[in-house]
Ligand binder design. Sequence first.
Ligand SMILES: [Fe+2]
Ligand SMILES: [Fe+2]
Length: 363
Amino acid sequence: MAVDTKTMEMLQTAPDISEGLDLSWMDNTGERGMRAHPGRRGLTLEEINKGSYGVSPENAEDMTMAQRGSGRASGVPRIGYHVRKKSDIWSDNAAMLYEEAVQRQWSSATDIPWAELKPLPDDVERAYSQFCTFLTEVEFIAGDTPAYWLPQISNEHYEVKMFLASQIMDEARHLDVFRKRALANGGGLMSSSGNAGLRVIIEAKDFTEMSAIMHVQGEGLVQSIFRMGEYIATNEAEKRIFRLSAQDESRHVAFGVMHLKYILETEPERREEIHSYLEKAEPLIGAGGGSAPVAGGSPIFGASLGMLFGHSLGSQEEGGRMALAAFRRQLNEYMHRLEVAGMGERRYRLPAQIQAILDPPKN
Ligand SMILES: [Fe+2]
Ligand SMILES: [Fe+2]
């Protein structure tokens, strides 16, 4: 369609719209010209961590909203990212774990075959409810704690922030799936644990202290329990809950193990300090005592777990033996994770009651 004469006149007399505009922002860029292509797992963070965008600074100087690689603005307020040192928070697998978390999200509402739940004997249902009440408490702390640390970490170390964000989502799903299991079969919630072991996690003053106690120790112990889910599950719905939760939990543990490894390799002088954190938290493992030897120092959790094992194995005596075997397995796996992180010597500094249960070293 032809432009009419009146419009042509208006266009010719209209002021130049670029006149007076500040276009300096067009030159305030980070590196340009790089290309990223989807790899085997798609266009992951690792694929875009190219050139200067992939260089995670040892010290994040900028406390504003600026992200790694962007042009900087002057005169902008700080946000308060006080944890600025890479070694304080870094884990080489954070980006990969974030991508895996995003790709393996699941829904407790639709991915669990809830119709498989069947009425259980009253004592077994109560044990399941108690077990799930405790786990829900644990999952709250596992979400609250990274949520406390996330806003303190610099945007320059964004991979760690994104991993922590994915962990918070995972933990929300865990607490909701165990709460749903407690309520869905008529048992409801049972006793809160008032657990001191969980308080140690959220009271940690240093990120590495928190990560060693929560990711490596606490979540490692929970992960071992999830992996034994097939013994505790009474139907396919519960099996699926444990399988999917274990899959998530393995990421959280992997982050912590790799962070510990990173700090021990880059700042070996922190080794004794890390021992002191573990020394503080380890006595709380199994503090429930002989009849309730499980993580977290909760006798009622231990008792409920033993009853579930007993139901599955057809005898409470067998259940008690299995609970003890489960505790030994938890401790062996905890020790193995410390070995992978480079703290194998921890074996000889564990509390006596843990050393007594641990298998001897393999070599
Ligand atoms: Fe969890
Ligand atoms: Fe977790």
